[in-house]
Design a protein around this ligand. Structure first.
Ligand SMILES: [Co+2]
Length: 471
């Protein structure tokens, strides 16, 4: 859902990566499975162009790094492929390195469009691990510590749940990339995405489902935009869209986002943000100071520039947007991960989930709230508040039942049959029970890209839960 703003709260992003240190013999940690369909990755197409902003002269694209790791999508389930701490896994894990993945059971393959619940694709009940990365030197000892490995074992069930949510995210985004093309109505795209999540995750009230509104912010809008009813916005060839969506099982949230663009002139902007997010992930770790992560991200982000229609723009980290810690049913659990230098010296801790997200912009590198609001969320810390207004009271009961403390949007209220709820919603906001999260915008005419992943700081190593072969 959303990045954190100094104004308000956070967002979520994604990125690329390199293969993390795979312990042992280079087994690919993520192994496994499932589906088919082919994904496209960058996005690029036809021709055309447009848009402009301001900047200076020469054209220079900067470096583009490529450190993608390709994971293959096998079309069959592979037996549990522990990266390296295999021994930590309970179930019967037979190591199968990616290349020599061992086929376990049914060769169930996802359909196109996706319709088979992810749980059915992994009959063993063990879901694919994300990308493992070792901590840095001072914490490398954790990897071989018997005590840390034992602690890790105890968390397996919880991690397996969130890995299922991550697999749903990967499969859904793979499909959405095939339909998110110029000409699609954003509202239709969002509904398709959300319905696909519901199906693959086997939505069950608050126990499993969508974690927050599908962000599809365009161009100078960095985050927190999703269509409200009646919004007919159509995706265009020259748009830069941030697709930010979340899945959750048992309150364990996967918050991951990527940028979709078609015009190759945006390649350097997108590459900058991908590299910046990957840098944030690499820097993250137990006892790492949040300010150090922010400084490293900014350094990489701002080493890029992008030429758009004859003008060269430096890519700026948006200074009032941040990544964030994540707790059960709590998208922003309290810690912010800055994307510029000068942040707090608070440290990351073992056992924490973080959404590492970065935003690069050709504009001011600063966002403010603007445009019509679509995103809302109950204030996690507000207890019971007696309400007199019947309509507001009834709406709050509906929110409690369907969303709890998870973020929602007006379309989600529409689909469960609520009508004429705007005044009641405003009352809840005025009472401080619900907070509105309006779109966060850089200056008009600028372009913003975003990438975000959810990571977990295990006792031994970190795991990039939402990593896929796309980003
Ligand atoms: Co986020």
């Amino acid at each position: 859902m959303s990045p954190e703003t100094d104004l308000i709260q956070p967002i979520m992003l994604a990125d690329i990566v390199e293969p993390g240190p795979l312990p042992k013999d280079g087994d690919d940690p993520v192994k496994t499975t499932v589906n088919d369909v082919d994904v496209e990755d960058g996005d690029e197409d036809d021709d055309e162009d447009g848009d402009t902003v301001v900047a200076e002269g020469s054209a220079t694209k900067k470096k583009k790094k490529k450190n993608k790791k390709k994971k293959k999508a096998a079309s069959t389930e592979v037996e549990n492929v522990p990266g390296s701490l295999d021994s930590l896994q309970p179930s019967s894990a037979t190591h199968a390195a990616e290349p020599k993945a061992r086929v376990v059971q049914s060769s169930t393959v996802q359909t196109d469009p996706p319709s088979i619940p992810v749980r059915s694709l992994f009959p063993s009940g063990t879901f694919p691990e994300g990308e493992w990365q070792s901590y840095k030197q001072d914490n490398l000892w954790r990897e071989s510590s018997a005590e840390k490995r034992e602690q890790e074992r105890l968390q397996w069930d919880m991690l397996n749940q969130v890995r299922q949510a991550a697999e749903v995210h990967r499969q859904v985004r793979k499909y959405i990339r095939t339909i998110a093309k110029p000409g699609i109505v954003l509202a239709d795209m969002c509904e398709t995405l959300e319905n696909t999540v519901r199906k693959l995750i086997e939505e069950r009230g608050l126990d499993a489902g969508i974690a927050f509104p599908t962000g599809c912010s365009l161009n100078y809008v960095a985050a927190h935009y999703t269509p409200n009813g009646g919004d007919k916005t159509v995706l265009g060839y020259d748009d830069v869209m941030k697709l930010d969506f979340g899945t959750q099982i048992g309150g364990r949230i996967i918050d991951s986002a990527f940028t979709v663009h078609f015009n190759p002139k945006f390649d350097p902007l997108v590459a900058a943000v991908k590299a910046a997010t990957d840098t944030g992930i690499r820097e993250a770790g137990v006892d790492v100071r949040l300010c150090d992560v922010g400084a490293a991200i900014q350094e990489v982000m701002e080493s890029y520039e992008v030429e758009i229609d004859g003008k060269v723009y430096p890519v700026k980290s948006i200074r009032n947007l941040n990544g964030h810690s994540i707790g059960p049913y709590q998208i922003h659990a309290g810690k912010s991960v800055p994307i510029v230098k000068g942040g707090e010296s608070t440290k990351m801790e073992e056992g924490e989930f973080f959404a590492i997200e970065t935003f690069g912009s050709t504009g001011k590198g600063y966002v403010r709230e603007d445009l019509e609001c679509s995103h809302y969320m109950k204030n996690f810390d507000v207890g019971h508040v007696p309400l007199r207004l019947p309509r507001a009271k009834q709406l709050l009961a509906t929110i409690d039942k369907h969303f709890g403390t998870l973020a929602f949007c007006r379309r989600y209220l529409d689909r469960i049959g609520e009508t004429k709820y705007l005044m009641a919603l405003k009352n809840l906001c005025d009472a401080g029970i619900v907070d509105p999260y309006p779109p966060l915008c850089d200056n008009k005419g600028s372009y913003v890209a975003q990438f975000e992943h959810t990571i977990y700081l295990h006792p031994t190593r970190k795991e990039v839960l939402s990593r896929g072969d796309d980003y």
